[in-house]
Design a protein around this ligand. Sequence first.
Ligand code: HEC
Ligand code: HEC
Ligand code: HEC
Ligand code: HEC
Length: 464
Amino acid sequence: MTARRLIGGIAILCVVLAAVFPHALYGNEDGRAQTLIHKTCAGCHRFEGAAESRFKLSAPDLMWAGSKYQRAWVIDWLTGKEEPLYPKGYRWDITEGPTKHMTVSKEDAEAIADYFERHLIDPRVTVGAFNLSTFSAMEAEFGRKIYRDHACIGCHQIEEHSQIVGGPQSVSLVKAGRRYNADWLYRFGMNPQDFNPHSGEFLADASSLGLRYVIGYVAIQGVPDVRFAEPWKSEEFGRANVDRGMQVYKEYCMQCHGATGRGDGPAASGLDPKPAVHANMAFEKLPPDYVYNVIYYGGRSMGKSAAMPYWGLTIGQQGVADVMAYLNVTFKGLPEIAGTPSSGSCVQPRKTVAAPAEYAQRTNPLPATPETIQSGKSLFLKAAQPIACAFCHGDAGDGKGLMGMGLIPPPRNFTCGAMMNGISDGQLYWIIKNGSPGTGMPPFASLADEQVWQLVRYIRSLAK
Ligand code: HEC
Ligand code: HEC
Ligand code: HEC
Ligand code: HEC
């Protein structure tokens, strides 16, 4: 009786103690991890001290491990479920080739991961500095470009189209998104030498935005089904205000697009292509993501003229939301404004650059089967990215699309046999792939060759 009461009392005491002094419980776990780390890991890794050159170390430093890694990854790594990180070995100057890392039991791995999170926190890393849930697909695309343009690909491998690409000299970033905490990555990117001095590391010439793009890109590598932010659905759009949008239009858009959206602002005369004639565009029916990206990130982001500025920095998310609300209620695309070059007329003035001879001479390698034409048609009407051809060239291919009516020069009218019969297959192919500089025709570089030829087949089927 007394013994049982005593045991009960001790149990209660433990619960109370654990609540008041959580360390009393962690103590054991910590002890287990600490012993392992001291006895085993510390033989190769450092757990304290200042950053040091790889060439003076035998394994990566771990004093910031709690800030750097995701817990699940640490456990997988220590239980042998991950590929080697350094394809040529961490010390490629000494041994050439990947090393197999030691493994521990799952329990030990969990204790070590917890120990990292409790004791190896880097005060330089701001928690919440990089919020991945606000990262958009467009930003990821910018990050992808920076990754290539700023040589990241020269030293770190990633996966593209299910292939591993890039120089294997440093750590592989193939599954980086399942490995690092984004906050740590962001701080690392600000100055890699704070972590890896004199090791072959590289400080890229990136603005703080550029850094956001490339770090976000790294932070989604290997993450299945990334859920990108959709800024055109953000709260600012819930609060959008037409009157404020009208003011934005007056202050920022009118100078090119004109007071009434006819594309006749004072700057227009010096531009090719001309600023879009908003009055002729049915904004409400256009895909909001496309319109958002053109305005926030500028014409270039969508393969269009760089003379259409990127407004995000100037007017912010709220300004873009407001001006889009204004465009939606003001411009319905009807009636067609007289005096603009009529889209859809048969033989159009054509200043299009000629494709290089070796392309111009090509003929369509795909036969004119119903399947080929159907594939081309669905790309044309719906599937082509970033925006389907029909929005400019029209559902019927007559050049009278919802946006096409606002472009100067106007989109090609594919139903006009008199014009189209004089243009070679190779020429059409070339312009679809590369766009038509000085016009609103963007390049569709992401289309596969076969898809481009399907489109050419479909376009040919429209000519009367
Ligand atoms: C024999 C030396 C050695 C021992 C012992 C060792 N490691 Fe490592 N560890 C390495 C090397 C080398 C790498 C680089 C990985 C590679 O080449 O793929 C590494 C990588 C790591 C990484 C990833 C580092 C990074 O950011 O690239 C972690 C985390 C890690 N070890 C934790 C541990 C822990 C915890 C222990 C003890 C249980 C331990 N290691 C024991 C040599 C060792
Ligand atoms: C000239 C080669 C080189 C280039 C270019 C380069 N890096 Fe690195 N990077 C390194 C080296 C060396 C390290 C230190 C780790 C090591 O010793 O391999 C490193 C470390 C990193 C790490 C931390 C890895 C870890 O686990 O500690 C990240 C993340 C990273 N680089 C991203 C980038 C990005 C993003 C770019 C492009 C802006 C880039 N790197 C360009 C060589 C390079
Ligand atoms: C944002 C509007 C827009 C979109 C979207 C668009 N086009 Fe165009 N397209 C134009 C304009 C404007 C022209 C006229 C360019 C010129 O005169 O050189 C044009 C011209 C062309 C030409 C004529 C080339 C020549 O040599 O005369 C082809 C072919 C063409 N587009 C195919 C496509 C296909 C296929 C798609 C979809 C994958 C597409 N376009 C999407 C605006 C667009
Ligand atoms: C410096 C001149 C200039 C200013 C200022 C300007 N734009 Fe533009 N805009 C252009 C040009 C040029 C184009 C045509 C781009 C093309 O077809 O390649 C364009 C095209 C557009 C398009 C159509 C995009 C397409 O794919 O056809 C929209 C929408 C647009 N602008 C919105 C705006 C808004 C909203 C503002 C004000 C916040 C604005 N623009 C301010 C020059 C300007």
